[in-house]
Write a protein that binds this ligand. Structure first.
Ligand code: HEM
Length: 507
């Protein structure tokens, strides 16, 4: 299979590899009406500051090498920067956003809120949003300033804002901070499963490392156990996309050759506030229901793991329904090395550090170990067939997730402070990736696999959300009461290739 060479010098690092730094400070900006020319001049110096995927890739490779050989990881001087524009932002800069073939992006996040289940006011605007709800708070531009050092990110953001002066107004500013084990506030490891896409670095090595030896039959379609290969056009315009009927063959190039789109990607930003106290109260309630149905006592974390599909340390429930297993969660191949319908065969994997034994992974087609409604199973049914197609259709809907938590760590006491996830995902179709998962699967009790709506994200019901699962050999139905995640801001944006950013801001 011939794989495309990725233009890593032009694709933004936040899109292709993520920044991998402890802090990401988000600046939501609007160009002041009548100041377009001055704003563009003020923004122009940013072009030379955008961090490319070549730079983030080199840093991440160095970090991996250092950790594997017991050296201390490289300290990062400076900051990494990303930029993205909403449809309205492109319009203000004189570009027709309809050149981007995604009506949902062009319509904007505010117009899409109702379809995603967000509460609306009498005029149809989303309630509770800190940005994006009305034309006055709609972001034109999002700048992300990332650093391993919080003070450095804040100082750099201050300098950028000073330089922008009065022609650009600040609508939203917030700094996300990583939690240990890439965790989120409910207490679970996040960012474990990411799509593996094909594509080579200029030196001919694959950007996403492969772990089956080249002559292994799985090497053709799998990057690693549990990580099936897809095509980069699914995430970045200008490359072959996925053909759901032939996963090994390159599909059509995404973006139709439009120069504006080349090396760009669509970014969904949703500020999701998490009510951690309400989540654990609901888990206690589920545990009590399970106790009365099974006659044995249940811990809230056992109920929570069934809602998420993983244990807090990342151990997949489908491999270890009884509890965390550090032999699985601590092994980079086993923690995501599973399917649901077909078992994964044992193999000797080969990576840059040598051979690595992979013991195989059992299947769980009926959801006996990991319920069919579990968040991870709902948003990625992996090798299940469903009403929307087979494996190809599930793979086609995956996104690059780049979220980071915001707000103080949860200490177990209800402190009345706000916390949550700055959910960010990159894709080349908001419509058939992020939004498809949200509107067709997360809130549907039957799709893709039945069992109930997504316990983390699905809509609340006065009578509770009905969850059907198998425990100790019998089918039981639970009522999940309350809701724990609500959107408090959103924007649909376009993160162009760096040459296009220059053209937008300098020409
Ligand atoms: C506050 C809200 C959310 C929380 C707390 C949350 C939590 C988690 C956790 C703990 C995992 C398991 C780690 C992993 O497999 O990487 C996960 C996976 C995932 N989540 Fe979420 N999530 C949230 C919102 C969303 C949203 C809005 C989407 C968009 C549809 C989404 C899509 C995914 C996907 C695609 C996976 C990977 C599943 C897989 O490939 O096996 N999540 N999430």
């Amino acid at each position: 299979v011939r794989e495309p060479v990725l233009e890593v010098g032009d694709i933004q690092g936040h899109v292709l590899t993520g920044f991998g730094r402890a802090f990401e400070l988000l600046l939501g900006l609007r160009i002041v009406a009548g100041s377009e020319a001055q704003a563009r001049r003020a923004l122009a110096p940013l072009c030379d500051r955008i961090t490319s995927a070549a730079a983030t890739g080199a840093y991440k490779a160095e970090r991996r090498r250092a950790l594997a050989t017991g050296r201390s990881p490289p300290t990062l001087g400076g900051v990494a920067i990303a930029i993205a524009f909403s449809a309205e932002g492109l319009r203000v800069l004189g570009e027709d956003p309809r050149a981007i073939p995604d009506l949902i992006f062009v319509g904007g996040a505010g117009a899409d809120a109702g379809s995603l289940g967000d509460a609306l006011d009498a005029t149809g605007h989303p309630l509770h949003w800190q940005f994006g709800a009305t034309p006055e708070t709609d972001l034109h531009i999002l700048v992300i300033v990332a650093s391993g050092d919080h003070a450095l990110a804040e100082a750099e953001a201050d300098r950028l804002l000073d330089a922008l002066g009065v022609h650009v107004s600040l609508v939203y500013r917030e700094c996300g901070a990583r939690i240990a084990n890439d965790g989120e506030h409910f207490g679970f490891a996040d960012g474990v499963s990411q799509p593996g896409f094909r594509g080579l670095l200029p030196d001919g090595t694959p950007l996403i490392s492969r772990s089956y030896p080249p002559d292994h039959p799985f090497a053709r379609v799998w990057a690693k156990p549990g990580q099936r290969l897809t095509w980069p056009g699914q995430f970045v315009f200008g490359y072959a996309g996925l053909d759901p009927d032939d996963l090994a063959a390159p599909g059509e190039e995404t973006g139709g050759g439009a120069p504006l789109l080349r090396n760009g990607s669509l970014l969904v930003l949703r500020r999701l506030t998490q009510d951690v106290a309400a989540f654990w109260t609901a888990m206690e309630d589920l545990a009590a229901q399970l106790k009365s149905l099974t006659g044995r006592s249940w811990e809230p974390v056992e109920a929570a793991a069934r809602c998420v599909g993983r244990w807090p340390d990342g151990t997949p429930l489908s491999l270890s329904p009884a509890g965390e297993d550090s032999k699985i969660s601590g092994d980079p191949y086993r923690r995501n090395g599973f399917n649901y319908v077909r078992a994964v065969a044992p193999a000797t994997l080969l990576d840059q550090y040598g051979e690595h034994g992979f013991p195989g992974a059992a299947a769980d087609p009926l959801g006996r170990a990991c319920p069919l409604f579990a968040h991870v199973r709902k948003v990625n049914p992996r090798d299940h067939a469903h009403d929307f197609g087979g494996v190809g259709a599930s793979l086609r809907s995956q996104m690059l997730r780049r979220g980071i938590p915001f707000g103080p760590r949860w200490t177990g006491e209800d402190d009345g402070r706000e916390r949550g996830l700055l959910f960010m995902s990159y894709q080349t179709s908001v419509q058939s990736q992020f939004r498809k998962l949200m509107t067709e699967w997360v809130k549907d009790p039957v799709q893709p696999l039945g069992g109930g709506v997504d316990p983390l994200l699905g809509p609340d019901r006065p009578e509770g959300r009905r969850l059907v699962l198998e425990v100790e050999g019998s089918r039981v139905t639970l009522a999940l009461r309350g809701s724990f995640v609500r959107a408090t801001g959103a924007s649909y944006l376009f993160a162009p290739g760096i040459a296009t950013v220059r053209r937008l801001l300098v020409s």
